[in-house]
Design a protein around this ligand. Sequence first.
Ligand code: CR1
Length: 809
Amino acid sequence: MQFTKEYFIQEFKKRLNEGYAVDIKQASNFELYQTLASIVRSGYNNAWHQNIKNNAREGNKQAYYFSIEFLPGRLLQSNLLNMGWYDTVISGLKDLDIDFYEVTEIEKDMALGNGGLGRLAAAFMDALASSGLPGNGNGIRYKYGLFKQKIVDGYQVELPNEWLNQGNSWEVRRDSKAVDIHINATEVSLLEKDGHLVPVYHGGKVIRAVPYDVGVVGFQNGCVNNLRLWDAEIPESEEVNYRTLDERRKIEDLTSILYPDDSTSEGRRLRLLQEYFFVSAGIQSILKHHKKAGHNLNKLADYVAIHINDTHPVLCIPELMRLLLDEEHYGWDEAWEITTQVMSYTNHTLMAEAMEKWPIHYIQELQPRIYQIICEIERRYVESLEKRGQAELIPSTRIIADNQIRMVSLAIIGSHSVNGVAKLHTELMKSQVLNDFYRLFPERFNNKTNGITERRWLQIANRELSKVLDKTIGKTWRYAADDLEMLLKYQDDEKVLKEINHAKYQNKVRLAEHVKKSNGLKISPDAIFDVQIKRLHEYKRQLLNLLRIIKLYQDLKENPNLDIQPRVFIFGAKAAPGYHEAKVIIKCINEVGNLINNDQTIQDKLKVVFIEDYSVSLAELIIPAADVSEQISTATKEASGTSNMKLMLNGALTVATLDGANIEIKDQVGDDNIFIFGLTKDEVTAHNQTQDYCAWDYYNNIPVIKRVLDALIDGSIPNIQVEGRHVFDLLTRFNDQFFVLADFEGYLAIQEQVDQAYRKPLAWAKMSLINIAKGGHFSADKTVQRYAKEIWHIKPVVEKDEAKYDSYQ
Ligand code: CR1
C-alpha cells in the first residue's frame, strides 16, 4: 500500500488511541513519539525480515563489524529520511497540529560510544545498509550510555545517562538467539570423547548473552541490516551459582557502563570481561547461523567477514580458534587458515598509551582456554620468524612480552588486512609505529580514510542549506553526494553566495537561542562562530585555542577599540573522568569564559561558550551554525578526525594543522580555501627524535607567550589558582609535550587571516561554497564500499528501490 499522508494520519490516530487511549489534543509528546516510532518500525520490519531471509537463502557473504562502541544518536529522523517518509510525515503531523521537531526531541540519543570511533561505527552501519551491502554490527547494549556531563562551578561532573529508562523503540529482544558464555574456569583439562580431545572446564560460571537487535534502515533502497547489541543475564540453570547479591550485581555490571575513555583502557578486569563477552556471543551466533544455513565451516570465509574495530574485539581471533578447535574438532593449521581469512582489523590511534595490553593473569583468570590458545599462536609465530630468518623482529612484534598480551600484535598476526583511517595515519603506521609488522606483512596494510553520514549532517541537520542546494543544483545530491560538486559552477554567483550566508545566519540564530537557554548567555549571530567540538584531549589542543582567547582578551583590555571581528568561541567536549589534565583544561576554559563574558569593557567582541554534554544531537545543532572549524591537533597525533569532515560539509572553514584527514580536506578544497598552520609531521618527528624541544625557551624569548602564560598564574583569571598553575606547568616544566607553544605564533597569524577574510562576506561565502561542494568526497558510503570491495569481499544484494518500504500495511 502507498504510504500517503491520508493513510499516515488515519494510522497515527488509530495507533495513538490503541496504545494510549488518548486523542491528539491530550497526548504528551512522549506518546506522540512512541506512536510515530511504532509506525516507522512497522514500515521497515517486513523489509528487515525479508533481508535476513534473503541473505540466508542466497548464501550472501556478510560482514560483521565488531565494535565496543556504537554512537548512532537519534534514529527517528534518519529512519524517516531513509524510508522516504520524511516529508509525508512532517506534513501529516502539521495537519494534526503537531510540531514534528518538538516530538523528535523526546528521543534519547543512543550514546553507546565515546567519540569518533563509535560515531564512525554507527556511520558505517548506515552506509552499509544504504549501499545495499549485507553488513551487520555486533556490540554491547550498555544500560547507561556515555556519562551525562554537567558543568558545576566550571568543573565537569559526570552523571549516569539513563537512556533506557523509557525503553528503546528501535530494539527487538531475541530470546531465541541467546548464547551461553563460560568464564572464570579455574582449570581446563583435555578429555577424550568420540575420538577427539575436548577441553573440560572446571569451576567458573556461565553467563547468558541475550541479543537486542536494531534494524538499520538503508537510504531508500529497502535494505535493512542488523545491529546486534548483547545484554548479559544469569541463565536459570545457573541461579544457584550466584549466591550473593554481589555476585549477581557483577553480571549486571557487565553491560552496565560504557568505559568513558577512548584512548586508554580503563576499568581493567571488567572492561576485559566486556570485550570477551560481546566477542564470544557474536562469534558463537555467527557460527550457529552459518551451520543452520547448512554451510561447511571450511568455507566460512566465503560467507563471513569479521571486522575488528580497534583492538577491543581482538579476542575474536582466539575465540574463533577455540570454537573451531574444541567444538568443531579442526586441526590447528586448518583452523588458523579459516580464522585469518575471516578476520580484518582497523587501527584508530597510534598513541602509545592507547595500545591495549592486558596482564597475562587477567586473561588466564577470564578464560584459561583462550590464554592457552594465545600462547600457541605466539609459539608458532615466534617459530615461524625464526625459520624465516627474521628473528630480530621477534621482540618488537611478538604477542606476549613483559607478562602482558599486546592486542595490536594479536590483531595483526591473526588478520589478513590491517588498515589505518587516513592517508597520513596509514603512512605513519607503516613507516614508524608498526614498521616491523609492515616489513613482515606488507600486503596486509592498506588505507581507508574515514567518512561521514552526509545525509544526517546535511539533510537532517542543515535544512536551511539543503533548501539552497535543492534550489541551486537540483536534488540529486540527496542521494549522490558527489553531485554537490555541481555547486562549484555557482562560486561567483552572488545570489547563491548570499543564500548560503543567509542559511548560515539562520542556523546561527537557532544555536544562539539554544545557548541563551542552556548557558544563559546572549551571543550575536553576527559574530564569527568559532567551533571546537571533540573529546577533550591534550593532543587535540583545546589549550592552544584557549591561549589564543586569553591573548585576544589581553589585547582588547589594552586597547578596547582594537579592530577585530567579534567572535564567539564555542566548545563542546567531554573529558574521561580519570583524565585529570583534561578536566583541568575544562575548568580553565570555563573560568576564562566567565571572566570574558562578564566584562563589559570589551563590548561583546569576545564570548566563550562551553556547551555541556556534547552529543550527536548537539552536534546536529552546532555544526550547521559554525563559521570556523578548529582542527588543531599536534601533527601525527589525530588519526583522522571526522568532525573536520562534517564541519566542512556544512560550509565552515577549517583552521587546521597538517594532521589526519585535514590533509585530505586541504587536497580537496585547495590551499586557498583552508587555513593551514603549525609544525608538520616531519618537524614533530624530528623534535621527538632529537629531543631538542625546549618549551622554556619559548616562554622566555617570546613576549606574547610569556604574557599569556603568566595570566594563568598571576591571578588575573579568577578561580584557577590550582588549575592555572597546572596548565602553566604542563606547558613549561613538563616541556609542552604537544608543542602548543611551538605552534602558538603560527596559530595567531592564521587566525588573523581568518579575521580579515570574514570581513568580506562574499569572498567568505565562496570559500564556504567550495568546502560544501567538496564535502561529498568524505561520504561514509564510499568508505564502506572500499572496505566491502578490498577487505571484506562482499557485494551489494539490494539495489535502489524506494518502493520497498511502501509495502506498508
Ligand atoms: C581517532 O582519535 C578518528 C576516530 C575514528 C579515533 C580519530 O582521529 O577519527 O578514531 N581513535 O577513526 C580512537 O578513538 C581509540 O581510538
